[in-house]
Write a protein that binds this ligand. Structure first.
Ligand code: TXA
Ligand code: MG
Length: 346
């Protein structure tokens, strides 16, 4: 296994898919871009390869992984008793940022499902991810001819997901054999997760994302429930832990009206403060300052990179302008709430 990750640029990355496929088939880890965040991939049919993911991330072994597929045509190798709504959602949103939780097929390793009877699957839309998945399938896939790449976000457990190849290297260093560089991720936050495995057939959103409950309802005619993360012990979703997606610097969500006062208080205490806002700031610049678009998709696209930067410039606290309560901001609000909690400042 190489000791240094090899970051390639988009053009050469396409030419080097064969190397990525070879590494995956040899049971090694390959990080790759998706439209949401970068994933840390391994042959989902190879328990030893999957174990390397948990070791590299420092993730508890009972947290299940998402299996990435080249197309919905591969679904039946990984899931059984697939309900009609799953096919409808796959048709409407794949390739794209939607993960379906289904009953697992018999051959799916426990290492992938965290020992549960369900499996998470999605078809990502990033062109390089699709090229990789298709090349992998064409080369015969992984163990037992199964064609799925298990990939959590390519960050250390509980930390901010990477939305750029350089972030992956910062997070995981030499633990990953190869990093495919597909540039910055377009969506910027993790996929929406919908659980379709329940016996009562009620779809339930386990993690909000770019694809909204309204969009899902428009396709299947049923409004999905929104899981209460605190009550949802099974199936487990590590993204539902309160402390998640967290910078190391304490992060506080602060209303626009309180922002100036709090920033001044931090300064008065002789500390450095980073500020993340959506609007023009009309008070003297704090030590570091990032302004993100005042609409949810643009905000989400740049959020993790901005948090990473504010985390790395020696701030004692990060103040984030509180997010509107409307439904369109729900996924962003969810990530920021967990970032505040995980940073130990909420
Ligand atoms: O956008 C994404 O989904 C990214 C990219 C790389 O595809 N992946 C990602 O993976 O966010 P990860 O492992 O960081 O988060 C996946 C979430 C976890 O919270 C995990 O617990 C949940 O999906 N999950 C996976 N399989 C599950 C299952 N069978 N039941 C319930 N939750 C599951
Ligand atoms: Mg993650």
């Amino acid at each position: 296994m190489p000791t240094q990750p090899d970051i390639m640029h988009a053009d050469s990355a396409r030419n080097d898919l064969a190397e990525a496929v070879r590494l995956l088939q040899a049971g090694e880890l390959v990080a790759f871009p998706t439209e949401t965040v970068y994933g840390l991939g391994a042959d989902a049919a190879n328990p030893e390869a999957v174990a390397k993911i948990f070791a590299a991330k420092g993730r508890p072994a009972d947290h299940p992984l998402i299996v990435h597929l080249a197309g919905a045509g591969y679904l039946e190798s990984w899931a059984r008793d697939i309900p009609p709504v799953a096919w409808e959602l796959a048709e409407a949103f794949w390739p794209g940022p939607l993960t379906l939780i289904l009953k697992r097929a018999p051959g799916v390793p426990h290492a992938v499902t965290g020992g549960q009877e369900t499996v998470g699957v999605r078809v990502p839309s990033h062109p390089l991810a699709l090229d990789l998945l298709r090349a992998y399938a064409q080369a015969g896939g992984g163990q037992n001819g199964m064609c799925g790449i298990a990939a959590p976000s390519a960050n250390r457990f509980g930390r901010i997901s990477p939305t750029d190849a350089a972030h992956v290297r910062e997070e995981l260093g030499a633990a990953v054999a190869l990093v495919l560089d597909g540039g910055p991720c377009d969506v910027g936050i993790e996929s929406t997760i919908v659980d379709l495995s329940r016996d009562d057939q009620t779809p339930r959103i386990l993690r909000p994302g770019r694809i909204t409950p309204e969009q899902i309802e428009a396709v299947i005619g049923v409004r999905p429930e929104i899981a209460n993360a605190k009550k949802a012990s099974v199936p487990r979703v590590s993204g539902s832990l309160d402390a998640h997606y967290a910078p190391r610097t304490p992060l506080r969500l602060v209303s626009w009206d309180d922002l100036i006062t709090q920033a001044h208080e931090v300064h008065a205490a002789g500390q450095r403060c980073g500020v993340l806002v959506r609007r023009q700031l009309l008070f003297p610049a704090p030590h570091s300052f990032r302004r993100l678009p005042d609409e949810p998709d643009g905000f989400a696209r740049h959020l993790y990179a901005a948090l990473r930067e504010l985390d790395q410039c020696g701030n004692d606290v990060i103040l984030v302008e509180a997010i509107p309560g409307d439904a369109v901001w729900a996924a962003v609000a969810d990530r920021l709430r967990r970032a505040a909690c995980g940073s130990g400042a909420a």
